[in-house]
Design a protein around this ligand. Sequence first.
Ligand SMILES: [Zn+2]
Length: 381
Amino acid sequence: MALPDIKTNPEELLKFHTILMKYAPNGYLPFYFVLEIGGKEPKAGISWKKNRKSFEQAIKLMEKGYNIGIAGTDNDALCIMDVDDMNQVPFDQIKPTLQITSRKRIGRHYYYFSLDGSAKKNIPTGDAGEVRSVWYYVLAPGSYVSCDAEDIEAMPEEERQYAGRYTITVERPLSEITYDEFPDVYKRRYEEKKRDDISKALRSVNKQIRKPISPARKEGKLMSALWKLDVGDVSGIGNTGGKRVPMPLEMHSSGSKTGHNCSVDNGKLTCWRHYIVHNAFSYLAVLAGILPCERAGKEHGSSYFGVDMCDGETVYKVWSYAKLHGFIPEDDPIPWSALAYYAISKKVCAKKDIVDGKIPKVFSIVALMIAKKEGLNFGRV
Ligand SMILES: [Zn+2]
């Protein structure tokens, strides 16, 4: 009987583990867990966070062909910088440390320890990769995920022999890292995220004070179909039943393949690359170019979406996009907050005239007349 075609390399995992432990702070134990054979997804049927493996178990699994994941947790010091595209992060901003090259032989994983805790942050960026520190994972060295012809074509020629493999490429002691030592692109993204979080919190406080009704209920009898859209309608992906499928390319910047990092459950679409949940509105906001995936949706564990469904300008743009692309009918009644935005942009009224997103009748009549003159179908008279 022929031996199974095992492409994983347990020796590489052993080498990695030995270096990792040599420079680890006292008491550190890596969080290893099992992934699918040939895949990046956790083994089906059990939450990976509850499926921790010892190093010995991880090696045995890799001998059988399983890929192994490694994560930083909320009570260890591991910090992994996952640089997808070396062109986005200047080399001289990367603190030297143990370096792994990932399967496409273009991206790098840099392993650090954050002893003061300042670098224990998750920072997903649009296309410059991620900092993964708290319950975020990467594939450990020795893992294997095949590459297609296009991936191989894009590789530096000398790397093609390693296509699909995760290997140690710079064998150095693991360095300590602090937040200040991160490359600028991650610090910029983190500061931006902090600002987004503050504005989301302010929005929620304002809403609690004013006790508003939902955007959909504000519409009354003639309601825009925008509020009835399901994320399945706009993404074309039905319930995935716990499985992960490729993210539609339109969601993430083109040029990089998105892998199996999307799932749809209970009318919510999860992006596993950015750990973000989308509803139909935030999904459309990404497609309409208002905010990128990692800023538009709702972070895992958060209650607030990045896009503001009550902001007139945002609603106007999302509604226009949805109409233009046939997600809602051409004669769909414009949401009132969008009409209010339009009226202000046409100087029919001022911002102060709009209370709780409602536009007074006299201004809405004028705004609808102007829209008609401009050849726009606002679906209301
Ligand atoms: Zn995403």
